[in-house]
Design a protein around this ligand. Structure first.
Ligand code: ADP
Length: 252
């Protein structure tokens, strides 16, 4: 039997068997999520609906007050939705028990605008401290070194934060977020304190991390950042998701 015939046969067998596509749960799913802060009667998010799949790189954009931080707080289960469902890897966060929270947070790396490194600890010690805090055991130094290598800073492992440039400090913060090998990395204005060149380097680093398989979500109000490297972009305005654009770019 010729090669072409075999290929056609295999295709027709597959068609007849109707092999279903495996339905992996989304990494992040918001289903009709509304978040109201009762005390101030603020509707921070209104009926927000989206899914982020494994391996995506997504910007969450919008002006200050649009609801970006509230969205991140819901993903980290620092707060619960007033209505609707937030699920991480198929798990409804409202049903998560208190004891399961540390595991959830170990699976989500977090990078902030200000690096929040501990000033009296070296780069490597900042990472081993984070590992210990999340209950990881064994070969912590090696894990820290691997993560620093990932961000190109293995040679600075003994440096204290004050001995590093702002860009390097943010790289160490990214290494710290990745040291537990989380499948999801959340970044809240990760280049907010950086000049354009350093911002670009950080963006390239996040892109590399994404290419290696980590799902990356970057919340930012920066038009420059979103325009610098195009990725799927969710745009919030007054708590509503007004755009979900695969090609990206910033327009409100
Ligand atoms: P962004 O991160 O895009 O600036 P936020 O999620 O911080 O937006 O805020 C969305 C809206 O919710 C704003 O009107 C803000 O004042 C309000 N808000 C945020 N956090 C709280 C809170 N803890 N209590 C009351 N209102 C809040």
């Amino acid at each position: 039997m010729g090669r072409t015939t075999m290929t056609l046969l295999a295709a027709s067998v597959r068609a007849r068997m109707r092999v279903p596509r495996l339905a992996w749960p989304a990494v992040v799913e918001f289903r009709h999520v509304t978040k109201t802060y009762a005390r101030t009667h603020t509707h921070a998010l209104r009926n927000v609906d989206f899914k982020i799949d494994k391996g995506e790189f997504v910007y969450i954009t919008g002006h200050s007050g649009a609801g970006k931080s509230t969205l991140l707080a819901l993903v980290l289960r620092r707060t619960l939705p007033t209505e609707g469902l937030v699920a991480i890897a198929g798990q409804d966060l409202a049903r998560l028990r208190e004891g399961q929270l540390p595991l959830l947070r170990r699976r989500i790396g977090m990078v902030f605008q200000d690096h929040r490194l501990l000033p009296k600890m070296s780069a490597a010690d900042n990472l081993t401290f984070a590992l210990r805090a999340t209950g990881v055991r064994g070969s912590l130094d090696q894990k820290a070194l691997n993560a620093l290598r990932l961000v190109g800073l293995a040679h600075k492992r003994k440096a204290y934060p004050i001995e590093l440039s702002l860009g390097e400090q943010q790289r160490v913060a990214i290494a710290r977020a990745l040291v537990t090998n989380p499948p999801l990395l959340l970044c809240d204005e990760p280049t907010g304190n950086l000049d354009p060149d350093t911002s670009w380097e950080i963006l390239e680093l996040l892109n590399d991390v994404n290419i290696k398989g980590t799902t990356v979500i970057v919340a930012t109000h920066s038009r420059d950042l979103v325009d610098a490297m195009k990725h799927r972009t969710l745009v919030l305005r007054n708590g509503e998701l007004v755009r979900d654009d695969d090609r990206g770019g910033y327009s409100l």
